[in-house]
Design a protein around this ligand. Structure first.
Ligand SMILES: CC(C)(COP(=O)(O)OP(=O)(O)OC[C@H]1O[C@@H](n2cnc3c(N)ncnc32)[C@H](O)[C@@H]1OP(=O)(O)O)[C@@H](O)C(=O)NCCC(=O)NCCS
Length: 185
């Protein structure tokens, strides 16, 4: 196995035409189709860097803010942003293009964490990541910050959840659009 690989080695783009069978009842592309394509490009990119079979472990930053139309060409650009021992963060930029006008829209950027596995299904070490330009360094630093913030959020939330009682927090429902029909003190 190579000890290190540049980001450019595994950079991957998948381009796919959005066909009518991908659409929901409103005529826009299903979120699930987009997720599946993002998983596919993340797999291709991560397995190329790892030189191994990989699995998806977590997905961050999936926000569908712009609808994608049938007939548009969707391009998913993936690159390794960060590597741990066996894990890799793959950044995916999704761009949709109207083929007639050439107009492009950036629909979302998401981050998939993939883990490389050996032949026995155990997490296995991946090559070091070579950062070749300023953008590579920026994306890597952002991935580290995201990881730190996610860990802090998880710790905070776990603490809040374990000490939370329904009675002390019922007031949070006061301004919500719910009708509480079950209260047993
Ligand atoms: C994720 C998985 C590989 C962790 O295995 P494990 O035996 O607990 O191994 P480890 O604790 O050594 O974790 C391996 C790596 O995963 C990372 N990891 C584990 N859970 C994670 C999470 N929730 N988010 C991000 N990374 C995570 C660890 O940080 C570690 O990274 P590193 O090697 O770069 O330091 C294992 O739980 C798994 O195979 N899950 C199923 C994945 C799958 O099938 N996905 C397809 C979708 S159905």
């Amino acid at each position: 196995m190579r000890k290190s690989k540049p980001i450019s080695y595994s950079r991957t783009t998948i381009t796919e035409l959005m066909i009518p069978s991908y659409a929901n009842f409103g005529g826009k592309i299903h979120g699930g189709i987009l997720l599946s394509l993002m998983d596919k490009v993340a797999y291709a990119c991560a397995s190329k860097h790892a030189g191994a079979y990989v699995v998806t472990v977590s997905v961050d930053g999936v926000n569908f803010l712009q609808p994608i139309e049938v007939g548009e060409l969707l391009s998913l650009h993936a690159s390794v942003n960060y590597v741990g021992r066996s894990s890799m963060v793959i950044g995916i930029r999704v761009v949709s293009e109207n083929v007639k006008t050439g107009q492009q829209k950036h629909t979302n950027t998401s981050y998939f964490t993939m883990v490389a596995k050996d032949d026995n299904g155990k997490p296995t070490e991946v090559p070091l990541l070579e950062l070749e330009d300023r953008n590579d360094v920026r994306r890597c630093l952002e991935a580290i910050k995201r990881k730190q913030l996610k860990e802090a959020y998880k710790d905070n939330f776990d603490n809040e959840k374990s000490s939370m009682t329904i009675e002390e927090n019922l007031h949070l429902l006061d301004n919500e659009r719910v009708i509480v029909k079950y209260i047993q003190f």
